[in-house]
Design a binder for this molecule. Structure first.
Ligand code: NAP
Length: 865
């Protein structure tokens, strides 16, 4: 093997695997590769192991995950050998731990320090990566692994005049190895993220004067540091393996009990009690989990945020300083919260001053200090705690050129695209440890690192065993994962913040949510399923041939998946096995557990005259002054279940979104009243509403007919009957996942017939109760079989995982073919019941918004009387 020199260390010309980085990731990766018999070499720009813990030596640097958990779990013996001295260990102690790991497994012999990988080029002919080092060496490797960390590339302070300053300058992310003495000095700290918040109290202890320049106040809670938590030590001692396994399958990489207390519905004393408990615990996952809905519901989130602000106001003596330290521009948790030791208390010291850059922005850094719009400051030292180009920065800082000559930077110009955060299309055999779209920074990093490395090591071993040597994700699989990752973020409040999670801290960086927020557990399951399904979504090549089991690993909306998992865990009997009375009681009990939906202006109950007696209805009126458009609404429930209030959350939502009076009608049900009773009642109700529009507070001529499921069928039929009868005039129809035909042989019946709440078996049960074989093909039961020309404009919503999807699609197509204006909304990743589960399935909200907008576009001008 050709070797080239690199000082005393030799850089090999060829290895199986090259690893960039010698922090938590690089060390364990080397360990695994060596164990599997791959030749491997790691490179790190630093002078020794440690990664982030090598560089971030600023005073006060500590981890913010309890060290009992922020430790490798792969070797029980290693855990026995090492005892942490504190709940949150200091940087020197964590660095010593990583040095111990390097020594214990003799890892340094395969690491080259002081060397940066500057470029990497994929050579398709040899199926190898060619890496170039900062020393000019070239290294050829089959697999190239970026174990380069998520927060390893400090952001250059983007402040005017920063190079002009003549005093001492420090960057928290590149702190000198020799002790820095601030005694007697006038010191500035710019930045109040985790790094600033950790170093400010310690710098204040030494400095003669400390001025903190804060652009955005951050939420911080006391770490209550001290001895490692005894309860956790006891759990580990009792069952170490069980504890580590629970961490691997937890939401954030630490086994914590999740609450079912909602901030919105909990009584005040429970809210306080939970918050105080979390404040005292001094742990990120405790304060992030005060309520089960604080990450998704702004009202719940604000409760936690305000309780933290109350604490800040109680700690900081000067009211103006306290107010300036209170974060108000982002929901709590959407920027990484900090753990501190006496941070807010530091501002009570007479020699410490806060400069609020929102009020008095920096104009420039000068030779002697910093000028704001109001003042000139002089300093002996400036500390920049201004953060990192997170997650993508370290990856694109190497000039990586993949298959076809495209660079990673170009490919990710509009944001990163990865499959599982592990690999990216066009860059074969390049693995990223804790890459974008993996849980990484939202989790206990060590647990996520071990998971990624184990997956990667298993993958390499498998390729070797199967005589394959090239792996690359397919465009379909990657696009699916990017979409899923975005879907997970979109149901949370996180995208609202200007955080580094969003790339918002680096000017010009695309604004996309970078990590995967679906949870360590959900993520691990996805990775496992990919592996078990023949490395689904990867194209594999090699001497053994080529193969690919293409596909998308997660197509269902994440909150719908949670609902389905929950229902599966309850082991409920299928509705179609119940008698009608039990089925109705079950449906009502289920509806009672749902959030009620948004508040509307008024809800009233009354009756209208039907062909066989009074028909009950419930009216939902918007809070705005009327008159309003009218919507006649027919509930779902397969003609058998439901009532005028069973779809209440949806009706309220529809009322608010459309600004219409929604009148939900309790038509007659089967099996007591079979076909065509429901359709007759529905048509009568619409006739009555049209005739009484003004009295109901409606705008004449603005009547929409709407319905969900079987109610959607009634809405469609009503429009046909009204057309045939020459009235009433119906302005538009809204058909939400409607029944349109009695043919149960369509593909969506088989593809989605089981496992998505509404099953094919249940639909059969509904039809059997409602209509005999002879009646089913009647357009009054199967509107798809009717004449469709001349019908009102239609909004048709179909759901991807609904047995009724194809008949809904067929109806939308047939309407369009008959010349009816149609807006067909395909609810991606949704099931039959998703859109009516208001506030329970948050991802349904944008679909309902689109639906309301589409209805609005069909709304005629008010009729002048
Ligand atoms: P950061 O959270 O991005 O904070 C950077 C700070 O600098 C922010 O307050 C930012 O204000 C400010 N800033 C940036 N550019 C500025 C400018 N031009 N003018 C004025 N202010 C400017 O960075 P970090 O504190 O280094 O922390 C990054 C992440 O590293 C953390 O979120 C955490 O995940 C990790 N970390 C963890 C620990 C730990 O406890 N284990 C310690 C340190 C870091 P804006 O908010 O307005 O942009």
């Amino acid at each position: 093997m050709a070797m080239s020199g690199n000082g005393s260390a030799v850089v090999p010309a060829e290895v199986d695997v090259a690893v960039v980085g010698a922090g938590f990731s690089g060390l364990y990766m080397l360990y695994r590769l060596r164990e599997l018999g791959f030749s491997a070499m790691a490179f790190d720009e630093a002078g020794d192991v440690g990664g982030t813990w090598y560089w971030n030596r600023y005073p006060g640097a500590r981890c913010d995950i309890p060290t009992t958990d922020y430790s490798y779990g792969f070797d029980p013996q290693l855990e026995k050998d090492w005892t942490w001295s504190e709940k949150y260990a200091t940087q020197p102690e964590i660095l010593a731990y990583l040095q111990h790991v390097a020594d214990r497994y003799d890892l340094r012999r395969d690491i080259r320090f002081g060397i940066r990988i500057t470029a990497a080029v994929w050579d398709e002919a040899s199926r190898r990566w060619r890496l170039r080092t900062s020393h000019g060496d070239e290294v050829s490797c089959r697999y190239y692994i970026m174990a380069s960390g998520c927060l390893s590339l400090p952001k250059t302070p983007d402040i005017e005049g920063v190079d002009r300053y003549r005093g001492e300058v420090y960057l928290t992310g590149r702190w000198p190895h020799d002790r820095v003495d601030f005694s007697g000095k006038r010191v500035a700290v710019v930045g109040t993220g985790s790094s600033g918040i950790q170093c400010i109290p310690l710098i204040a202890r030494e400095a003669a004067r400390l001025t903190v320049f804060q652009r955005t106040p951050n939420f911080s809670v006391p770490a209550h540091n001290g001895a490692p938590p005894p309860d956790r030590l006891a759990r580990l001692a009792a069952d170490r393996d069980g504890y580590r396994e629970a961490a691997r399958w937890s939401r954030g990489g630490i086994p914590v009990e999740l609450t079912d207390v909602s901030g919105v519905t909990a009584p005040e004393d429970v809210r306080r009690q939970r918050f105080e408990g979390a404040w005292q615990a001094g742990e990120l996952f405790a304060i992030l989990g005060v309520f089960n809905d604080q990450g998704v519901n702004p009202v719940s989130n604000e409760l936690v945020a305000e309780m933290i602000r109350e604490k800040i106001r109680a700690i900081v003596s000067d009211p103006d300083t306290a107010e300036a330290l209170c974060p108000k521009d982002h929901p709590f948790g959407t920027k990484r919260p900090c753990l501190d030791t006496s941070y807010f208390e530091t501002f009570n010291l007479p020699h410490v001053r806060l400069v609020d850059l929102r009020r008095t922005p920096i104009v420039t850094v000068t030779e002697a200090g910093i000028n704001t719009v109001e003042e000139s400051f002089e300093f002996d030292a400036i500390v920049f705690a201004t953060g990192f180009d997170a997650m993508t920065g370290p990856l694109v800082s190497v000039a990586v050129t993949g298959a076809g000559g495209v660079t990673l930077e170009d490919k990710w110009e509009h944001g990163p695209a990865t499959y599982l955060g592990l690999m990216t299309t066009g860059f074969p055999n390049l693995f990223m440890i804790t890459g974008p779209q993996s849980p990484s920074v939202l989790s206990n990093m060590v647990v996520s690192i071990e998971q990624h490395i184990d997956w990667t090591a298993d993958c390499l071993q498998r390729l070797r065993a199967e005589n394959l040597d090239r792996i690359e994700p397919t465009p379909l699989a990657e696009a699916g994962w990017v979409q899923h990752s975005r879907d997970c973020a979109d149901i949370t409040l996180y995208p609202r913040a200007n955080s580094w999670y969003m790339g918002a801290n680096v000017p010009g960086k695309p604004r996309v949510f970078l990590p995967y927020i679906g949870g360590v557990d959900a993520y691990r399951r996805a990775c496992q399923e990919v592996a078990e399904n023949g490395l689904m979504g990867f194209r594999l090549d090699g001497p053994a041939g080529a193969r690919c089991h293409d596909g998308v690993i997660r197509r269902i909306q994440p909150d719908v998946a949670i609902v389905l998992d929950l229902m599966a865990s309850l082991g409920l009997p299928p509705v179609e096995t119940m008698n009608v009375a039990d089925a109705r009681a079950f449906a009502e009990a289920t509806a009672a557990t749902m959030p009620p939906g948004p508040a509307v202006g008024e809800i009233t109950d009354a009756v209208l005259p039907g062909p066989a007696g009074d028909v009950a209805y419930r009216l939902y009126r918007p809070p705005s002054a009327g008159p309003h458009p009218l919507i006649a609404y027919f509930h779902g429930g397969g003609w058998v279940l439901g009532s005028q209030h069973s779809d209440e959350p949806f009706c309220r939502d529809l009322c608010l979104r459309t600004g219409a009076v929604v009148i939900s009608v309790n038509y007659r049900h089967a099996p007591e009243d079979r076909f065509p009773a429901a359709a007759d009642d529905a048509f009568a109700a619409v006739q009555w509403m049209a005739a009484n529009a003004a009295g109901l507070g409606g705008i004449p001529g603005q009547l929409t007919v709407a319905g969900w499921s079987a109610g959607g069928s009634l809405a469609a039929i009503t429009c046909q009957l009204a057309r045939d009868a020459g009235g009433p005039d119906i302005a538009s129809q809204l058909l939400l996942t409607p029944v349109t035909d009695c043919d149960l042989g369509r593909a969506s019946y088989s593809g989605n017939g089981e496992g998505f709440v509404l099953t094919a078996a249940l639909m059969r049960w509904f039809w059997d109760h409602y209509a005999g074989e002879a009646d089913r093909a009647n357009p009054k039961a199967s509107p798809l079989r009717g004449t469709l020309a001349g019908l009102p404009p239609a909004v048709v919503v179909t759901a991807e995982f609904d047995p009724l999807r194809d008949e809904g699609e067929a109806y939308a197509e047939a309407l369009a073919a008959a010349g009816v204006p149609v807006r067909h909304i395909r609810a991606r990743g949704h099931i039959h019941t998703s859109l009516t589960m208001v506030d329970a399935v948050i991802s349904g909200a944008p679909v309902r918004a689109e639906m309301a907008e589409a209805l609005g576009s069909f709304r005629p001008a008010p009729v002048q009387i």
